[in-house]
Design a protein around this ligand. Structure first.
Ligand code: ZN
Length: 474
């Protein structure tokens, strides 16, 4: 069979890989939106280098848009088969895709309004519509973790816990052809050990080939405190000592729930004063938060026992979830000390940009960046520490504290990925086989090369860093 790399090759977004069996049977793993491509005005996401109608099966590791965001385009261009994923992934992906369709349509309408009639046909249309999302959701077929799912006499798939996001899975594909059985493991995005809410990830048993993320190859996470200690430090200083506002940009799915749960833990321990209000200003967070409590079996021991003891992970006196724009506007003129959690994480667009604007010139406020911000985003510019900053075409003087924490990072660092590869290699050796090859994806070239060096130094397996569109014979 052949393995073709259609995305996340020497970059972090646009995950998409294709396995092509000798008899022509085609399996696509993930179909993510390629943000790096989006920066290139010539290239357009949602256009495929293959005929979607010729695919036989699509597997989805998890809900994040850089893994799922081109599924509606795939369906729009003719894919009619099933999309296999875990039940929690199906629910979260549905909300994320509808949100993405909405954002694209709003952007498109805004651009139409700003452009002369004669030039309107040059504005790129949304990559997909709500109708395409509805069709995508109809094609989801959910499979639980750990169950071997026989697709046909030649192909079996199994989803394992990835520890990255609720429902996120690593996928093992077992292919039998020409009298030979080959196991290919796709890590998807991995998580850290002891993450908030989700369980630790699992290792493949018996993989012949491993395709793994290496987002933070060569890098080490710096925060060694627990999320509670780390967050409490900022809450104490900003909200209690300075009586100011703590503004936390966070993705609505995953990061927001981890932060809210941490605040709830601190509240239950009596470490945060009762008068301190917490606002979650994100309609998408309102939709996705209940998914966590609908799938308690996916939560780690800490979250499960908290839920048993206190009933809810995300609701407590003093927290308000804001859906409508009128509630958002009201919050913009709320000047008491409080915590504001809003999307998006990189402070690009969304309601958070207004909160940052509203607080950036206030020396009593802190803006706490809790996730990775790619170059060019407002989050990244804030972290550069410049004295003035342009937001929505207005120059603002930075008086607020700008802080950063990686305690909520949902990707493993160098040593954690290396250990993952090591474990996969060991498992294979123990069972009489050997991990033949590791393909490193989902990372910038320096990160992938750092990981390649480390894996080769330990002689775990041969390592390849595939380029976009490269094909390997397995
Ligand atoms: Zn992810």
């Amino acid at each position: 069979m052949e393995l073709r790399f259609l995305g996340a090759a020497r970059q972090v977004t646009g995950s998409m890989y294709m396995l092509i069996l000798d008899n022509g049977y085609k399996i696509l793993v993930d179909c993510g939106m390629d943000y790096e491509m989006k920066k290139n005005p010539v290239a357009q996401a949602g256009i495929f280098d293959f005929e979607p109608v010729t695919l036989d099966l699509v597997l989805l590791t998890h809900a994040h848009i850089d893994h799922s965001g081109n599924l509606p385009a795939l369906i729009h261009h003719g894919y009619k088969g099933h999309i296999l994923c875990t039940p929690a992934t199906a629910e979260l992906t549905e909300y994320l895709l509808f949100d993405s369709a909405n954002i694209q349509m709003n952007d498109y309408r805004r651009s139409l309004g700003r452009t002369k009639k004669t030039r309107r046909d040059q504005i790129p249309k949304p990559l997909f519509t709500e109708k395409n999302v509805k069709q995508t959701v109809d094609q989801f077929l959910t499979v639980p973790l750990h169950k071997e799912f026989v697709i046909n006499p030649q192909v079996t798939v199994k989803f394992l816990e990835a520890g990255h996001l609720l429902g996120a899975a690593s996928i093992e594909i077992t292919v039998t052809e020409n009298g030979k059985t080959t196991r290919v493991g796709f890590s998807g995005d991995l998580g850290r050990s002891n993450s908030k809410l989700v369980k630790n990830g699992e290792f493949f048993e018996n993989a012949d080939y491993l395709i793994t993320e290496s987002t933070y190859g060569g890098r080490k996470h710096t925060v060694t405190e627990t999320a509670e200690d780390e967050l409490l430090k900022y809450i104490q200083r900003t909200c209690v000592e300075f009586r100011g506002r703590l503004v936390i940009p966070a993705f609505s799915v995953g990061r927001t729930q981890a932060i809210v749960f941490t605040i709830n833990q601190l509240k239950k321990k009596g470490l945060i004063p009762d008068w301190l209000k917490v606002f979650v200003d994100s309609p998408l967070a309102i939709k996705s938060t209940p998914v966590y409590e609908r799938h308690p079996y996916l939560l780690n021991d800490e979250a499960q026992s908290f839920m048993k003891e206190h009933g809810s992970l995300f609701h407590f006196p003093g927290i308000e979830y804001l859906e409508g724009m009128d509630e958002h506007d009201e919050l913009m003129s709320y000047f008491d000390p409080c915590i504001i959690i809003s999307a998006a994480g990189m402070v690009e667009g969304g309601r958070i940009q207004e909160h940052v604007m509203n607080n950036i010139e206030n020396p009593y406020s802190t803006i706490l960046i809790a996730g990775f911000c790619s170059e060019g985003t407002l989050g990244h510019r804030l972290l550069l520490g410049q004295p003035t900053i342009k937001i929505k075409n207005k120059d603002k003087t930075v008086y607020a504290q700008i802080a950063k924490t990686d305690v909520y990072s949902s990707h493993p660092d160098h040593n954690e990925v290396l250990n993952y590869i090591r474990q996969t290699g060991n498992n294979s050796k123990l069972n009489g086989g050997k991990l033949k090859k590791v393909f490193l994806v989902h990372g910038e070239t320096p990160q992938l090369e750092a990981m390649q060096k480390a894996v080769e130094a330990e002689e775990i397996a041969t390592v390849c860093i595939p380029d976009m569109n490269e094909i390997y014979k397995l």
